[in-house]
Each structure stands twice: as C-alpha cells, then as structure tokens.
Ligand binder design. Structure first.
Ligand code: AN7
Length: 351
C-alpha cells in the first residue's frame, strides 16, 4: 500500500485528540542502514544500524513530532504556531504550518543557526526573529507569549510533539523485529530521548518487543544533564544541541536510568571526527549534532564501559549534513583549479 505518512500508519497508537486533522508531508519511514565498516572501525563483533532521520521532508527528525503538533493545532482551528529553535524545529514548524495554511513564527538565537535551517525557515515563509540571547532565552519567551496570547506552542513541551516522535521507536522495532540492545542518540532539549523511551515502552507493552539501553549524548560545552546543573552560556559547534536548560531534562535522566543506560558528553573534536568518519566510511553525511550519539558510542567502547560484542546497536542520526554546509567548507582547502585540458587533468589525477 502506498505510504501515507506517520499519522496514517501509527495514529492509532498516538494519544491525539479527536479534532486532529492530518497535515502530512509523508514524513517518517526513514531507512535503517547497516553500518558494517563503522562497526569494524569501532572494534567489530556487533551489528550497527544508522536510523537516517535526515531523510525526513525538511531534513530532520523534527517532522515526526511536527506532523502531530500541527495536525492537532490545525484541527482545533489555531491560526498561528510559534517555536524557539536552534534551527531544525524552526524549518519543520514553518513547513507544516505552510501546508496547513497557518502562520508560523520562529525565534532563533542570533548568529547560531546553521545556514540550511535558517534558509528553510525563510523559504517556507516563517516570520523569523533573532533573539540576542540563547535558545533557552528564546524558549522562555515563547512559553510566556503563548500563555498570554492564542498562539500555539510547537516546541517539544507540546505533548503531541512527543507523541509523533514515538513513531521512530515503532519503526525500528517493526524493521528489526525487536528493540535493539542499545540506542544511541544526541540530547539537546531532550524531547527526542523522552519520545523514544516512551515509544519503546509502549511497543513493548503491546508487542513484547523488549527495551533498549539508552545512551544519550550531549556536547561537552552544553552538557547540563551530565554536569547536573543548567549551563548559562552553552557552546558547541553542534549548534542544534547548544542548549543549557533542557525542557525535558528530568525525563531524559529518567529514560537513561530506567533503561540502565546513561547520558554522557562528547567534545566538539570527537563529534566532528565522528561526523567525518561516518561520511567517509559509510557515505552518510549528517550534521554535527547528529554524529554525537555515535561519538558517544565510540567513547564508551574505547573506555571499555560498553561492551558491544554480539549486540545490536542503533544510532539515531537526527539531521542531514546539508543543513550545515559551513562546518565542512569553512576549514577546507579550496578544490584545485585546472585548465580545461585532458593533459592537465591527467597530471592532477595520475601524477
Ligand atoms: C539535528 O531545532 O532543539 O533533545 O530547536 O536539531 O529532542 O532537543 C534541535 C534539536 C538532535 C536534539 N539533533 O533533540 C531545535 C532543537 C538535531 C537537532 C537534537 C536537535 P532534542
């Protein structure tokens, strides 16, 4: 049967009100790609799969929660949605709002949003407002304004975002036949880790698919859940997860604890190294934040604190590499220029 999007496929498992009217871009149904070369590079002896969430319609996993949140808002007759965002939520909210004929307003931290995300939000017609502050400041502001005015908040504080994002856990179990042994993923505002854990628990109840251990990974310069306190001035090249006060931090810690997993930090260097390794070894280019889960896995295996042997591990790669081209091009050597002559080309290629 033709694929008709997440609410069509999994809506019966999601806690959405009856007034919900589906707004879909045929999100979800993303590939789970086996990564044997990377597994070998990390010592081998285990199955590694990449859930390539960058292949969603706006290039990130946010589309899963956004189809649910905007469908609910649209069905209720809302006219305007708003979010604070490090970029991906903004692009996703703007696209789904456009499709539903709603106005979208997005607040972003000034100068800290990757080019592909800002361009997306603008292309989809959002009103984009830069805040001279952090994501956390912007989130505080959108909560305040939605408490005062009839504007619908579509950050992951909105429970329907979490409902929609559970579907990735369902897809993984449907594809593998059971939950993996470990699930590795980046953690920013902590909506995604909350949703995965809820999704795996729900599927386990209805289908006995088992539960994964969850490894959540923050960027070292923005690691409130590892440090145990908010970070006033979060910093990291992984701007998607440059978040100092995660809205669902408690639930993230609970997911880690209940699953006998943990939340750890990876340095920018480790994150960028994994981004490059994944692209050059497997042909999968993800944005820096999306490599954090795998960077954390590499750290744990290297330390001997996670023994992968015989295990099945799924890493969630949340956003596409094309979201943030500058991170690659800013340090690169300009590609060589040769005259349009065969001999010149031969000289360069064959030496
Ligand atoms: C690629 O877009 O918070 O822990 O405003 O874009 O659920 O926040 C993005 C987060 C991981 C972290 N990977 O997910 C936003 C925003 C990518 C992301 C995360 C984000 P959460």
């Amino acid at each position: 049967m033709t694929y008709q999007g997440l609410l069509h496929k999994y809506g019966h498992l999601l806690d959405l009100p009856p007034h919900t009217q589906t707004v879909s871009l045929l999100e979800g149904n993303t590939p789970l790609i086996q990564a044997d070369s990377l597994s070998r590079q990390l010592g081998g002896g285990f199955e590694l799969f990449i859930k390539y969430e960058g292949l969603n319609p706006t290039g990130s996993f946010k589309d899963r929660g956004m189809t649910a949140a905007v469908s609910e808002a649209h069905g209720r007759g809302a006219t305007t949605v708003i979010c604070a965002s490090t970029g991906n939520t903004a692009a996703s909210a703007a696209a789904y709002a456009a499709r539903a004929g709603l106005k979208s307003i997005v607040l972003i931290p000034q100068g800290k949003v990757a080019a592909g995300k800002l361009a997306g939000a603008l292309a989809y017609g959002a009103q984009v407002i830069q805040i001279d502050g952090s994501f956390d400041d912007a989130l505080t502001m959108v909560v305040q304004i939605t408490n005062k005015h009839p504007i619908c908040l579509v950050n992951s504080l909105n429970p329907y975002r979490i409902e929609g994002q559970k579907t990735s856990a369902f897809e993984i179990c449907d594809r593998l036949g059971s939950a993996p042994d470990w699930l590795c993923l980046p953690v920013g505002n902590a909506g995604n880790i909350t949703a995965y854990w809820a999704g795996f628990k729900q599927y386990n109840e209805v289908k006995s698919t088992g539960l994964p251990q969850v490894l959540g990974v923050q960027a070292a310069g923005s690691a409130p859940l590892v440090l145990g306190h908010p970070v006033e001035k979060p910093e990291t090249v992984a701007t998607a997860i440059r978040i100092g006060k995660p809205a669902r931090g408690e639930q993230a810690l609970q997911a880690a604890e209940e699953s006998h997993g943990r939340i750890i930090a990876a340095t920018d260097e480790q994150i960028l190294h994994m981004q490059k390794t994944l692209a050059t070894l497997e042909g999968i280019w993800v944005e820096p934040a999306s490599a954090a889960g795998l960077a954390g896995l590499a750290i744990e295996i290297g330390n001997g604190t996670l023994n992968p042997k015989g295990k099945r591990i799924v890493a969630i790669c949340t956003g596409h590499g094309m979201k943030d081209p500058d991170i690659i091009t800013k340090d690169m050597q300009k590609p060589l220029i040769v005259p349009p002559k065969l001999e010149a080309l031969e000289e360069v290629i064959l030496g």
